[in-house]
Design a protein around this ligand. Structure first.
Ligand SMILES: Cc1cc2nc3c(=O)[nH]c(=O)nc-3n(C[C@H](O)[C@H](O)[C@H](O)COP(=O)(O)OP(=O)(O)OC[C@H]3O[C@@H](n4cnc5c(N)ncnc54)[C@H](O)[C@@H]3O)c2cc1C
Length: 605
């Protein structure tokens, strides 16, 4: 076996997005040595791409009569549970809604500069499913400000950063996670990290779909590493289809168009020039009577948010995505199988000030001037609500020594995430995971590294370089994206999902015999081969869970089980675990919500 570098820390943090960086700060403040590893450069995670804002009930906004809108953690709690189809873990949501305001104000103390209200408070914008204006923002570049701030602070408290390293195996000593193994992307050299505790903050996985807002990093490696180490995964069928991805030009399909456009008054139109979201059939029973019923009423909301109901373009993402899908399927879409989103009525100055990135994105990529022309949009794979099960207080997983926070973890968002709730998720639970891991590390000894586990990972890594005349990983990836996009996308059926499963199993077989030319240096094909094995396993779990859940709730829309089944499925999470080499899916009863929180929901729902 060749030599490899070894680093040793109290706490190893895998991922340098918002969750990872907030965990670094907490673990350092607890006095631990910390190493953080990321697949690309520091600062280049999905967090930096976030646009619309970070949700927290600061209650800064006032109506024309000068009164505060009335937001509170209780309303945020209720909106999040309701938006998630009540599949969320109530305790995770309670912690989240209570702590989010404190974490946002802390960002400000670290140096974040948010947009302001005329009174000088942090400005908040409306987003789908949030009863009040709740998204604290910096134009449409909130993620950039968040990552800049956290990065500055993390550098200040001291961390060792290992950039452009892909980790691909968690190392165990008995039941416990004691480190991780991977390779430098540039040189292909292997590297070992030994740690008393590990925080997984590796983000989501959209790349097994053809059209996604996710970058090349979203291949779900962290999820699979945890799964292979024995962690439970929860609600993996819940993949968010954001209603508005770019639909044209073809090369740009899937790139996100922030919900901030609708939050700033953008409207959706079909090819008959109708604001189709006003079709009452599209508003689910839970939201009946809460949204404007005519475009005129929706328009009045733009100037007086307290005394008018919001337009239904601001219904939750699952609802709006399904409506767009239906419009296009009914032949009421554009020639590019999309609908129009227009915000030009807000005026050039306003658009350039509030949505500068959207203005530039459409100008540069689509030759469209959004101050004058509509955008063509269609749902895109955006976010993963399911993931590694993590206990709410410390973010510990079912595997000792392993903690998970951010998009890789499950429990907060249930069946559908509200926009803005991810940025607050990563700062609330990033902090808790860092503190939880530090507390664990302080009472733990360093575990033993088992060379056999490293050897077995090296065998997997080297196989495509040593196999001649095998399959091309890019070709398999393309076939995976086709089947997931067609059969495991927004509208699902048993038949389509079974076809997808059969195809995934076939691709898994073929992926055992992949070939990649060249060697380990500067070899993207070699990276793609490892990423693909992770994506194939994740796709299998997504499809199995989507088959198992025989109802429609949030992101899971089954054409053959079109109704929500509150009595049975509304009371169950789906858990996936690895049994030998096979996937085991079980149903787990949702924890019972305490009486006082039930009353909160009753009052604010
Ligand atoms: C275009 C876009 C716009 C968005 N807008 C908003 C918004 O306005 N509001 C909101 O709340 N949410 C928004 N989201 C969602 C939100 O940005 C993400 O959910 C959130 O930032 C995830 O943070 P994270 O720290 O969990 O993961 P990420 O920010 O994705 O970071 C993951 C980290 O893990 C590392 N990593 C991954 N795999 C490995 C590996 N194998 N080895 C080593 N390192 C690894 C990556 O390099 C990266 O550093 C948006 C998302 C996108 C894509």
């Amino acid at each position: 076996m060749e030599n490899y570098e070894t680093y040793e820390y109290d706490v190893l943090i895998i991922g340098a997005g918002g969750a990872g960086l907030r965990a670094v700060i907490a673990a350092r403040e607890a006095g631990c040595s910390v190493g953080v590893v990321c697949k690309s450069l520091l600062g280049k995670a999905h967090t930096v791409m976030a646009e619309g804002g970070v949700a927290a009930a600061l209650n800064n906004m006032t109506s024309p009569d000068g009164q505060k809108e009335g937001d509170s953690w209780k309303v945020h709690f209720t909106d999040t549970m309701k938006g998630g189809g009540f599949l969320n873990n109530w305790r995770t949501v309670e912690i989240f809604a209570k702590e989010a305001p404190e974490r946002v104000l802390e960002l400000e103390q670290y140096g974040a500069v948010f947009d302001r209200t005329p009174l000088g408070d942090i400005a908040q914008r409306p987003f789908g499913g949030h009863k009040y204006r709740r998204l604290n923002h910096v134009g449409d570049r909130t993620g950039l400000e968040l990552i800049r701030t956290l990065q500055d602070k993390a550098v200040g408290v001291g961390m060792n950063v290992h950039m452009e390293v892909t980790l691909c195996r968690l190392l165990k000593d008995g039941d416990r996670v004691v480190g991780a193994f991977g390779y430098y992307r540039e040189t292909g050299k292997f590297v070992v990290f030994r740690a008393k505790a590990v925080v997984l903050a590796t983000g989501g996985w959209g790349r097994m779909y053809k059209f996604t807002s996710n970058s090349w990093e979203g291949t779900g490696d962290g999820l699979q590493m945890a799964y292979e180490a024995g962690a439970d995964l929860m609600d993996m069928e819940m993949i968010q289809f954001h209603p508005t991805g770019m639909a044209w030009p073809p090369g740009m399909r899937g790139i996100l168009v922030t919900e901030g456009v609708r939050g700033e008054g953008g409207i959706l139109l079909n090819n008959k020039n109708e604001r189709f979201m006003f079709n009452p059939e599209y508003t689910p029973a839970l939201y009946k009577g809460q949204f404007a019923e005519t475009p005129e009423e929706g328009d009045r909301w733009l100037t007086d948010k307290k005394n008018n109901r919001r337009p239904p373009e601001l219904l939750t993402r699952d609802v709006v995505a399904r409506a767009i899908y239906r419009e296009v399927e009914a032949g009421r879409g554009t020639e590019h199988k999309a609908v129009e989103l227009t915000v030009s009525h807000r005026g050039e100055d306003y658009i350039k000030r509030k949505l500068p990135s959207m203005y530039e994105q459409f100008h540069a990529l689509g030759d469209v001037d959004i101050t004058k022309q509509p955008m063509e949009v269609y749902p895109t794979i955006h976010y993963t609500m399911g993931g590694v099960w993590a206990e709410p207080e410390t973010c510990s997983t079912t595997v000792p020594g392993l903690f998970a926070a951010g998009e890789v973890a499950a429990g907060l968002h249930g069946a559908n995430r509200l926009g803005g709730n991810s940025l607050s998720d990563i700062i609330v639970f990033g902090r808790r995971a860092g503190a939880g891991a530090a507390a664990y590390a302080k009472q733990a000894t360093a575990g033993a590294i088992d060379p056999a586990q490293i050897e077995s990972e090296i065998e997997i890594l080297m196989s495509p370089l040593e196999t001649k005349g095998g399959e091309n990983p890019y070709k398999i990836h393309q076939e995976l994206q086709e089947i997931m996009q067609t059969n495991a996308m927004i509208a699902r059926t048993e038949k389509g999902l079974q076809e997808a499963l059969a195809k995934i199993l076939e691709l898994q077989g073929r992926a055992k015999h992949m070939s990649v030319p060249g060697d380990r240096e500067f070899n993207p094909g070699w990276h793609a081969a490892r990423d693909l094995r992770f994506m194939l396993r994740t796709s299998e779990v997504i499809v199995l869970c989507a088959i198992e859940r025989k109802e429609s709730r949030g992101a899971q829309w089954r054409l053959d089980y079109a109704e929500k089944d509150d009595a049975f499925w509304g009371k169950r999470n789906l858990i996936a675990s690895l049994q030998g080499d096979a996937v085991r899916i079980t149903q787990r009863p949702l924890p019972e919500m305490p009486e006082e929180l039930k009353q909160v929901v009753e009052e604010y729902k």
